[in-house]
Design a protein around this ligand. Structure first.
Ligand SMILES: NC(=O)C1=CN([C@@H]2O[C@H](COP(=O)(O)OP(=O)(O)OC[C@H]3O[C@@H](n4cnc5c(N)ncnc54)[C@H](OP(=O)(O)O)[C@@H]3O)[C@@H](O)[C@H]2O)C=CC1
Ligand SMILES: N[C@@H](CC=O)C(=O)O
Length: 432
């Protein structure tokens, strides 16, 4: 029986998982597709490196053409990372009539439509389920499962590394640097973890999710991004004291024709289901006009969970091959993109403000908010060790981003404010 040939680009955390799943689930896979799967060639940087899976050393190569021009490779699985060079390799593979499966959100968020077009021209498949939320089948859930609905909001935790860090910092009081190193050693973090901690990885995933969810081309530059590297122990303690859990949350909302997409540290009420999503787990709420609220939950990073999504894409490619229907994977954006202005984006906010401990300070602060019609939902006033300063911690009622940014500016300019120590979005006590 002829086997299906796979060429792998990369044999790190995820590539190793792919090899393991193909080997360990061969029976189930055979049953699904009717023939065996064989890994024919694997591109790596260093062929002499010790590997976590048993592999015939002769299939390792450092020459990309050994994989993408291999006559017995039907499907190229890209799990090496990188953008420009990797894009060239994948376009070359597609032109050689190899189907492509990837976990590379950096690439898909920027060049997804170009690669789709090339795949379609060459009647090849291009799938990337693993690029968003690791082992959770969220893209297929959106594109197929909710195909009949109009998606109005996507909200969730889409980065495993930062969720792991925030969980360990707030539950165990572990220092940021230590838990980041742990996330790296567990294989959750990107090669350069700056993309995780500064929110870029999550932004790429939100660009992919909202492009598919709203059927419009959402570019990475349309996503407003703030990461977790500035979050302090005090921020986490105050959040807890006020009944909130801090998470890095991606939100994409569509109101009428207009959309907003952002990733930022966000305070959620402790009882909100996303507050209970811990460690490297991810969860995404999808709101549809007809279906209402759905939630997708599971491991968002790690070798085997991510490899599950990849090998499931591989199964779809092979089923398409059997039916002779490859190359239909273009999800062409249907609608023109129209982004909201800051005056159309609404949220509640948490702020820690250090003020001069003198008569009239508090009144001046409240005036800055009230002049823009923004009132407080919660407030704490505490003395600080520095005798002449006090700390005010507030959670506002809903305000527009425009008003909020003006308030921040006015607070910074105020003669009674020593420093705005931190400021975060608050979400989740309303639906939609
Ligand atoms: N780790 C995770 O949890 C997840 C990762 N992803 C994505 O999957 C991809 C892979 O991630 P991960 O497995 O963690 O990465 P690793 O760093 O663990 O592995 C990368 C692999 O690619 C090989 N490689 C890298 N650059 C080159 C190059 N220029 N030429 C040849 N080989 C190269 C490396 O070779 P060598 O072994 O010789 O060094 C290594 O085998 C990335 O796009 C990542 O964003 C997506 C979801 C989850
Ligand atoms: N670095 C990413 C890996 C999966 O996409 C994450 O932590 O989520």
């Amino acid at each position: 029986m002829k086997s299906i040939g796979v060429g792998l680009l990369g044999l790190g955390t995820v590539g190793t998982g792919v090899v393991k799943i193909i080997k360990n689930h061969q029976d189930k896979l055979m049953h699904q597709i009717g023939c065996p799967i064989e890994v024919k060639k694997i591109l790596v940087k260093n062929v002499n490196k010790e590997r976590e899976v048993e592999i015939d050393p002769s299939i390792l190569t450092t020459n990309i053409n050994d994989v993408i021009e291999h006559p017995e490779v039907d499907v190229v699985i890209e799990v090496m990372g990188g953008v420009e060079e990797t894009k060239k390799h994948l376009l070359a593979a597609l032109r050689n009539k190899k189907h492509v499966v990837t976990a590379n959100k950096d690439l898909v968020a920027v060049y997804g439509s170009e690669i789709h077009a090339c795949a379609s021209e060459n009647r090849c498949d291009f799938y990337y389920e693993a690029s968003v939320a690791g082992g959770i089948p969220i893209l297929r859930g959106l594109v197929d499962g909710l195909a009949s609905d109009k998606i109005t909001k996507l909200m969730g935790i889409v980065n495993g590394t930062t969720n792991f860090i925030l969980t360990k910092m707030s539950k165990n009081g572990s220092p940021y640097e230590e838990v980041l190193a742990e996330a790296q050693s567990l294989g959750f973090a990107e090669a350069d973890p700056t993309s995780d901690v500064e929110g870029l990885d999550a932004a790429r995933k939100m660009a992919i999710l909202s492009t598919l969810g709203f059927s419009m081309n959402i570019d990475l530059k349309d996503v407003s991004v703030k990461g977790i590297s500035q979050i302090t122990e005090e921020d986490l303690n105050y959040s807890k004291r006020l009944g909130y859990t801090m998470k890095l949350i991606g939100i994409a909302k569509q109101d009428g024709e207009k959309v907003e997409v952002s990733v930022q540290p966000t305070l959620l009420p402790d009882e909100h289901p996303l507050s209970a999503v811990n460690d490297e787990y991810n969860a995404v709420y999808v709101y549809g006009e007809a279906v209402g609220e759905t939630m997708f939950y599971g491991p968002g990073a790690g070798g085997l969970p991510t490899a599950t999504a990849i090998v499931s894409d591989l199964v779809v490619v092979m089923k398409n091959m059997r039916l002779g229907v490859n190359g239909r994977t273009i999800v062409s954006p249907q609608y023109e993109k129209s982004l909201k202005e800051n005056s159309e984006i609404f949220s509640k906010y948490f702020l820690r403000i250090h003020v001069k401990d003198q008569v009239g300070s508090f009144a001046k602060i409240t005036t800055i908010f009230s002049e823009r019609g923004v009132s407080f939902e919660k407030i704490l006033q505490l003395p600080l060790k520095e005798k002449d300063l006090a700390e005010i911690v507030v959670v506002t009622h809903t305000a527009s981003l425009k008003d909020y940014e003006e308030i921040l500016q006015q607070l910074s300019d105020s003669d009674v404010v020593s420093q705005v120590k931190s400021s975060y979005r608050v979400e989740g006590d309303d639906v939609q």
